[in-house]
Design a protein around this ligand. Structure first.
Ligand code: DO4
Ligand code: MG
Length: 275
């Protein structure tokens, strides 16, 4: 079951049929602990629609905070150790990769998030920027994983590499986060074979392509949620990025006009241009 936030309301897609969903607001809907059952019942009674136009799609977020886990894939640990080695920060990444407590950081409020087709940004004071293609969890106020979406954790690697204490500046800025195109509502975990693909196009030609699978994710999504919800409440629920396993080579930096396509098959492709 897929859920879309659109300019003309909330839509669900099941077996290639589209239905309008009746809810006072996006937040009223996505906080539900019984989200899948509720949307399924609404589809049974709801009005059928012809489909959803890509230009009508909005980012699937309301009052939720966006958080992120880091160094959850070996590739990310490696890349971070390399970028921070002259600053002496490399050891921290190896330690957090092996530690019981994961790295969790605040990523965005809704106004910093762009949706499908929106423009993501490069910081003005950054010289080395990359997209991070990640599986993102939707978590209810009660701490249940009720859905999944595709996310781009835009990152300034030169700033992060200069000093790990600069992480919030490397990660949190206007349009540093993209989510969409839909929420996959499911009570079941995604299979380990689920692929996360990144494709970057420059002037219409391929500039980078890479992929990973959830098999490479070192931590269980539930483990990340358990740490995030320790001593923190989320009255509107929250989104949690699960980390990147795809890092372009060190010679690569994003440029204005690049198109970033991130594909996770059950949800589809999140496409954004740097602008
Ligand atoms: O520690 C830096 C951030 C890590 C991150 O965002 C990731 O691994 O995806
Ligand atoms: Mg990340």
């Amino acid at each position: 079951m897929k859920l879309y936030r659109t300019r003309s309301g909330i839509l669900a897609e099941q077996d290639e049929q589209f239905y309008s969903i009746n809810s006072a607001s996006w937040d009223d809907l996505v906080v539900r602990e019984d989200l899948l059952d509720f949307v399924t019942r609404q589809c049974e009674q709801g009005q059928r629609l012809s489909g959803v136009a890509p230009e009508d799609l909005l980012p699937p977020i309301g009052g939720q905070e966006v958080w992120a886990a880091g160094v959850t894939y070996f590739r990310s640990r490696d890349a971070r150790m390399e970028e921070s080695k002259t600053a002496g920060g490399g050891d921290f990444y190896d330690r957090v990769y092996h530690a019981a407590r994961p790295e969790l950081f605040f990523k965005a409020t809704a106004h910093r998030v762009v949706g499908p087709g929106g423009k993501v940004a490069i910081r003005k004071d950054a010289s080395w920027s990359v997209p991070e293609p990640e599986l993102v969890l939707l978590i209810s106020p009660g701490g249940k994983i009720t859905g999944y979406t595709v996310g781009n954790d835009m990152s300034s690697r030169d700033i992060e590499g200069e000093n790990p204490l600069y992480l919030p500046q490397a990660k949190v800025y206007d349009r540093s986060c993209a989510l969409g195109p839909c929420l996959l509502i499911s009570d079941e975990a995604l299979p380990a074979s689920t692929e996360i693909g990144l494709h970057i196009l420059r002037n219409g030609a391929s500039a980078f392509s890479g992929s990973t699978t959830l098999k490479e994710l070192k931590r269980k999504p539930e483990e990340l949620v358990e740490y995030l919800y320790r001593s923190s409440s989320f009255p509107h629920g929250c989104f949690l990025f699960t980390g990147t396993g795809v890092v372009p080579p060190d010679s690569f930096t994003l440029q204005h006009g690049d198109e970033i396509r991130i594909t996770i098959p059950p949800m589809g492709t999140l496409s954004n241009v740097v602008g």
